[in-house]
Design a protein around this ligand. Structure first.
Ligand code: NDP
Length: 280
C-alpha cells in the first residue's frame, strides 16, 4: 500500500481563496491584530506568515511588535485597548512570551469574542462542553484535512498522541464532538505502539522527530502529523517516520506542507467567524 499524500498547502490555498471571495462581499474588512513580544526568531517567521495571509484575503491586519523589556502591565493595557477597539475582530498573542510575563494572565485578558487562537478559558470550556465557540487553529485545520481525506468519523477509533492545551486536548475534543471513539496517549502511556496500532485515525502531536514508526500504524489508517521538528542536519521532520508510514497508511500528511499551512488558513477562518459574530 502507498498512502495518499494529503496536501495541506493546496487545501489551505483553496480555503484562503474561498475566504477572500467571502471577505470581498462583506462590505467591511475583518480586523486582526497579532501581538509579538521580543525577538524569538521562529515567532518572527510565524507572525509574518500570518500577517501576510491575512492581508492576502483582504483583512485589515497588523502586527504589533513590542520589545522584550515590555512589562506585563503594559502588555495587558495594550490588550485592553484592542478589546475595546470596534475595528478589531481578532487578537492573537504569539507565544512564547518572555519569562517575566505570565502567559496565562495574558491569554485570560483577551476578550473571548476576539480570541481567534481559541486559548481563552471560556472558549476552552465551550469546546470541552461541546458548545460552539472559537477553537484552536491547528486542530481545526486537522479536521479539514480529515474531511479532505474522506474519513467518516462517527464511531471511528481515533488516537491522539499528545495532550497539550494547544493541540492534543482540543484535537481530542473536536474528534469527540464528531462522534469518534477517542483515545489520548502521552508520555506516561504504557504501550504506545499498541495503542497507536488500534487507530483508524492517528493524530501525532508530540514534538519528537519520527517517534511513530511504520509498524505502529494499522494498515489503511489515516495519519495526521502535526509535529514540526528541526533535524540536526537542517530541514524539518514530523513526529511520524514518513518513509515507513507511507507503506502502511491509506493517507498521510507530509511535513512540511501538511498541517502547518492549515493552521494559518484556520486562523483566518476564526477571524472571519469572530467578525461575523461580533458584527451580527
Ligand atoms: P507539547 O510539548 O506541549 O506537548 C507534547 C505532548 O506530547 C505532551 O502531551 C507529551 O506528554 C507528549 N509526549 C512527549 N514526548 C512523548 C513520548 N516520547 N511519548 C509519548 N508522548 C510524548 O507540544 P505541542 O502540543 O505544543 O506541539 C507538538 C508538536 O506539534 C511540536 O512538534 C510542535 O512544533 C508542533 N506544532 C505544530 C503546529 C502546526 O501548525 N503544524 C502548531 C502547534 C504545534 P506529557 O503531557 O505526558 O508530557
Amino acid at each position: 500500500m502507498t498512502a495518499r499524500i494529503l496536501d495541506g498547502k493546496a487545501l489551505g490555498a483553496r480555503l484562503q481563496a474561498k475566504l477572500a471571495e467571502r471577505v470581498a462581499g462583506l462590505g467591511f474588512r475583518p480586523g486582526l491584530r497579532v501581538v509579538r513580544v521580543g525577538e524569538d526568531p521562529a515567532s518572527g517567521v510565524y507572525v509574518r506568515n500570518k500577517d501576510r495571509a491575512a492581508l492576502a484575503v483582504g483583512f485589515d491586519s497588523a502586527t504589533i511588535h513590542l520589545p522584550e523589556t515590555v512589562t506585563e502591565a503594559e502588555l495587558l493595557a495594550l490588550i485592553a485597548g484592542l478589546n475595546a477597539d470596534p475595528a478589531v475582530d481578532g487578537i492573537l498573542v504569539q507565544l512564547p512570551l518572555p519569562a517575566h510575563i505570565r502567559g496565562l494572565a495574558v491569554l485570560d485578558a483577551v476578550d473571548p469574542a476576539k480570541d481567534v487562537d481559541g486559548f481563552h478559558p471560556v472558549n476552552v470550556g465551550r469546546l470541552a462542553n461541546g458548545q460552539p465557540g472559537l477553537v484552536p487553529c491547528t486542530p481545526r485545520g486537522v479536521m479539514h484535512l480529515l474531511a479532505e481525506a474522506g474519513v467518516s468519523l462517527p464511531g471511528a477509533r481515533a488516537v491522539v498522541l499528545g495532550r497539550s492545551a494547544i493541540v492534543g486536548r482540543p484535537m481530542a475534543a473536536l474528534l469527540l464532538a464528531a462522534d469518534a471513539t477517542v483515545t489520548i496517549v502521552h508520555s506516561r502511556t504504557r504501550d504506545l505502539p499498541a495503542e497507536c496500532r488500534r487507530a483508524e485515525v492517528l493524530v501525532a502531536a508530540v514534538g519528537r522527530a519520527e517517534l511513530v514508526r511504520g509498524d505502529w500504524i494499522a494498515p489503511g489508517a489515516v495519519v495526521i502529523d502535526v509535529g514540526i521538528n528541526r533535524r540536526p542536519t537542517g530541514g524539518l521532520v514530523g513526529d511520524v517516520a514518513f518513509a515507513e508510514a507511507v507503506g502502511h497508511a491509506a493517507a498521510i500528511t507530509p511535513v512540511p506542507g501538511g498541517v502547518g499551512p492549515m493552521t494559518i488558513a484556520c486562523l483566518l477562518e476564526n477571524t472571519l467567524q469572530a467578525a461575523l459574530a461580533r458584527r451580527a
